[in-house]
Design a binder for this molecule. Structure first.
Ligand SMILES: C[S@@+](CC[C@H](N)C(=O)[O-])C[C@H]1O[C@@H](n2cnc3c(N)ncnc32)[C@H](O)[C@@H]1O
Length: 262
């Protein structure tokens, strides 16, 4: 064996192994992102009762008590998975077992799967709470709900869509690039409210021309969950960004864009 052969032989398998891992991790990140994308599109149809085969107001008929219990359990499963796995301490613990570059993609994948389970197993509670008769007002509400989804989507891009859903992490890893440290940012909508993504969800869930008991349960519980989630997220953001975030909190309101600058 020549010296070059020897070097290639001894370096080759290691490099190839790590390249293969990087590539598999990248494909995994793409797959997780695609599952997320399908889930969020399904979520729009599920909540608005459009296009999808099973919406918030359709599915297996069960007694009211059974429906409420099943639906609460489904939402609790999502809430626990989604908020426990987002905490810094949990991340520090489980990245001992899950490689860091695919931590975010795994989180996104599991959150999407628990949402798909919710859509699939959700029990309708079809009693009507309100049903807007005026066609113009009904269209206005449906448009507002859609605008809520648009706010969700655009805010993810404004803050950093590809990092939020794990694609930056697997791409940096593939290219062997150091991931930049998290940066505090207040682009566009973030100048008016601290949580435009969550505001978008709240608008999308509540602006319904026809509100059933099932839809109301979903909107109420998710809104409560968002409020708890904000408290937890802001604790992490203060740990991460300190006074910068504390001052931001004083200057900009949480969800309703009416507080002026200090
Ligand atoms: C799902 S996003 C929701 C962001 C925000 N709560 C919202 O509703 O638009 C959660 C991630 O955004 C990050 N984040 C929230 N506000 C931020 C800011 N002003 N600058 C940088 N990162 C932020 C959090 O650390 C977390 O990783």
């Amino acid at each position: 064996m020549t010296q070059i052969d020897h070097q290639v032989h001894s370096i080759g398998p290691e490099v190839a192994g790590s390249c293969i891992f990087r590539f598999i991790a990248f494909l995994y990140g793409i797959a997780a992102y695609l599952v997320f994308f399908v889930t969020i599109l399904y979520a729009i149809g599920f909540v608005m009762g459009l296009v999808v085969p099973k919406s918030i107001d359709t599915g297996t008929d069960t007694s009211t008590v059974e429906a409420v219990i099943i639906n609460l359990l489904l939402m609790a499963l999502f809430a626990v998975q989604h908020s426990v796995m987002a905490r810094q301490r949990f991340k520090a613990w489980w990245t001992q077992y899950v490689p860091k570059p695919i931590e975010r993609s795994t989180y996104v994948l599991l959150a999407s799967l628990s949402l798909l389970l919710l859509f699939w197993q959700w029990r309708p509670l079809p009693a009507i709470v309100w049903d807007v008769q005026d066609p113009d007002f009904a269209v206005t509400l449906a448009t507002l709900s859609f605008a809520g989804w648009v706010l969700v989507f655009t805010s993810t891009f404004v803050i950093n869509h590809f990092e939020l859903f794990g694609l930056n992490q697997v791409t940096n890893h593939l290219l062997d690039k150091e991931a930049p440290p998290p940066r505090f940012r207040t682009p566009l909508f973030y100048k008016f409210v601290r949580h435009p993504i969550y505001l978008g969800f709240i608008i999308a869930f509540w602006a319904a021309p026809t509100m059933t008991v099932g839809h109301l349960l979903f909107a109420s519980v998710t809104t409560l969950y968002i409020l708890v989630g904000i408290a937890l997220e802001e604790r992490d953001l203060i740990d991460l960004f300190g006074d910068e975030y504390r001052q931001y909190k004083q200057r900009v309101s949480m969800l309703i864009p009416w507080r002026k600058s200090a």
